[in-house]
Design a protein around this ligand. Structure first.
Ligand SMILES: C[S@@+](CC[C@H](N)C(=O)[O-])C[C@H]1O[C@@H](n2cnc3c(N)ncnc32)[C@H](O)[C@@H]1O
Length: 243
């Protein structure tokens, strides 16, 4: 197996593909009020669809988009199993070329995926999809100290555009949004449904060859760096309204 195959094997059954929880999704939805009783919502980079399910369960009509077909299948099946199949439609589309008309949504949602195209670009390009007064909720990694350790900086070298809360808020304002709230995700949102299940999948790997063992060690280091440096970085939600 090459590194990409090991990655997908580890990630194919995780409850979610990043930091978050159903409780946090509900908190953020409440912070985005007022919304229509049955808002038209777009979940961008939906992964296995946890946020889509929470939004649909709260009454939203959700379109869940992702590029990875297995995640779209999981999202569709989970919605059907939860009796929410009529409220969640899945579409294969890129976040960089969303095919929906201007003003199509009351609510745009993106947990842990906007960084893939760049948060600034996402803020600008997705704004047209919201009706005036519509809400955008996204989460992104942030520095929570001005003096991160060398190890934390080394880990986040993969995300050179990472900022602190003030810079992220300023970027949202200059892109034409009112900032309704910010919310730093709790520690449990890193562990319970992301790093914990990932560690279990790594532990359960049967007899890895040396190449696979190196990829597994790299995957494990993500949680280790977080544990060792959790006062230095976090995951921040921005709850925004299109001005
Ligand atoms: C870190 S995961 C977050 C998934 C999900 N929101 C969650 O919290 O579980 C990022 C997601 O973005 C998807 N993705 C990557 N590039 C994309 C693109 N250009 N357009 C849409 N989705 C993309 C990946 O397949 C993956 O599901």
């Amino acid at each position: 197996m090459d590194a990409a195959e090991v990655f997908w094997a580890l990630h194919s059954d995780l409850p979610r593909e990043g930091v978050g929880s159903d409780a946090t999704t509900r908190t953020l939805l409440a912070l985005a009020a007022p919304l229509p009783p049955s808002p038209r919502a777009l979940d961008v980079g939906c992964g296995p669809g946890r946020a889509s399910l929470v939004l649909a369960g709260a009454g939203a009509r959700v379109i869940a988009v992702d590029l990875h077909e297995p995640f779209l299948r999981r999202t569709r099946r989970a919605a059907q199993d939860a009796g929410l199949g009529g409220r969640v439609a899945v579409e294969r589309a890129s976040m960089t070329a969303l095919p929906h008309p201007d003003g199509a949504f009351d609510l745009l949602w993106c947990e842990g995926a906007a960084y893939l195209m760049g948060v600034d670009r996402a803020l600008h390009e997705w704004r047209r999809l919201l009706r005036p007064g519509g809400a955008l909720v996204l989460t992104d990694a942030v520095w929570t100290t001005a003096t991160p350790s060398a190890e934390a900086r080394r880990f986040w070298v993969q995300y050179p555009a990472m900022r602190d809360e003030a810079a992220l808020v300023a970027a949202a304002r200059s892109a034409g949004y009112q900032v309704l709230a910010t919310h730093l995700l709790p520690d449990a949102d890193w562990t319970d449904e992301y790093h914990g299940p990932l560690a279990a999948a790594i532990d359960a790997w049967p007899d890895p060859d040396p190449g696979t063992a190196a990829v597994l060690a790299e995957a494990r280091s993500e949680a280790e760096v977080r544990q060792a440096h959790r006062d230095e970085f976090g995951y921040l939600a921005l709850v925004l309204r299109r001005s």
